[in-house]
Design a binder for this molecule. Structure first.
Ligand code: ATP
Length: 314
């Protein structure tokens, strides 16, 4: 079996360096929250698999080719003959502000179903990683990720859930209705501070939301704070971690990189301090390079950027 099974939709991202309304050249990239995490883990030498549906054409082939080139296991991927690839058009205005246009409704990826996940889960991954994007895609995708989380939790396989709210895909109310039950199967919940109430009561503050999650069996809640770093909550309390001070050129993908770093530390058996150090290091690698995942480090590059917690260099 693999170390980590990730499930989601991979998109073809078409990036423009100029404002999109001016036209001009676009460059073609692989995008997707879960595939970003899979690539981050694979670059560090972990066995990571990605499962989802791709279109049965050159765009689907592109997605598979990129994942394979990065050493991600695509064994369980299904090609959907009836649906197109999900697309996104990207226009970066500033390091922090990227305008996105999606063409993903009715995509191959959105047709994900429970049957797509039976084989990959039966192979016995050590960890399952999901994001809150996938349940927003369709009823069948929501059923699929809920099924895989429940089945993994039932056999004691830890589930990591990144809330990853996409306001373009669903309302906060609809997200909460799907994500609250999903979080109940998770061991690790990752969220930005403004996403925490999507896995809690409407309007819940951070302390209340975290306490509720820990009470429901979540072991670790990671709250991402951008350039301010992150906070990790466990039953033992809260551990803050500073971001690595770097010059950000493109912050897209920072959250996925952070999650990949945390999970890598988990797989390596590091303590919380070590896991957080690797998480902020990967977040920094993501923001210093253009692209969602292109700048992520191989293991022998990890020492180029190191995170520190409470004065400890990692
Ligand atoms: P995205 O949705 O764009 O992937 P996010 O909102 O999920 O990002 P952030 O909180 O922005 O995630 O970033 C995740 C982590 O990446 C942070 O906890 C931090 O460690 C690192 N990071 C983000 N921005 C910066 C920055 N400007 N400088 C250094 N590290 C950063």
């Amino acid at each position: 079996g693999v170390d980590v099974l990730t499930v989601g939709e991979a998109l073809v991202s078409l990036r423009s360096s100029a404002p999109l309304n001016l036209g001009g050249s676009l460059t073609m990239h692989l995008a997707g929250a879960e595939s970003n995490v899979a690539i981050g883990l694979a670059r560090l030498g972990h066995r990571a698999a990605w499962v989802g549906r791709v279109s049965d054409d050159e765009l689907g082939e592109f997605v598979l080719r990129q994942l394979r080139a990065e050493g991600v296991d695509t064994y369980g991927v299904r090609r959907d003959p009836d649906r197109p690839a999900g697309l996104m058009f990207l226009e970066r205005r500033t390091a922090d502000l990227t305008r996105v246009i999606y063409q993903r409704a009715g995509s191959a990826g959105s047709a994900l179903g429970v049957d797509d996940l039976r084989g990959p889960l039966a192979a016995g991954p050590r960890l399952v990683h999901l994001s809150g994007v996938t349940p927003a895609l369709s009823d069948s995708a929501r059923e699929a990720v809920t099924w895989v989380a429940r089945e993994a939790a039932a056999v004691g396989t830890p589930v990591c859930l990144d809330v990853n709210h996409r306001a373009r895909l669903w309302s906060r109310e609809a997200a909460r209705a799907a994500l609250v039950p999903l979080a109940g199967y998770a061991s690790i919940v990752v969220a930005s501070a403004d996403e925490l109430d999507l896995v809690a009561e409407p309007g819940a503050d951070e302390g209340t939301a975290v306490a509720g999650l820990l009470r429901r069996g979540v072991h670790t809640v990671l709250v991402k704070l951008g350039a301010d770093g992150a906070r990790a909550y466990t039953r033992d309390g809260v551990t803050p971690v500073a971001a690595v001070p770097v010059t950000a050129v493109d912050t897209v993908g920072a959250g996925d990189a952070f999650t990949a770093g945390y999970l890598s530390g988990h797989l390596d058996g590091l303590d919380l301090t070590g896991r957080l150090g690797r998480a902020v290091a990967l977040g920094a690698f993501a923001v210093v390079a253009s692209g969602d995942w292109e700048g992520l480090p191989r293991r022998d590059e990890l020492s180029l950027i190191t995170g520190s917690v409470a004065g400890t260099t990692l």
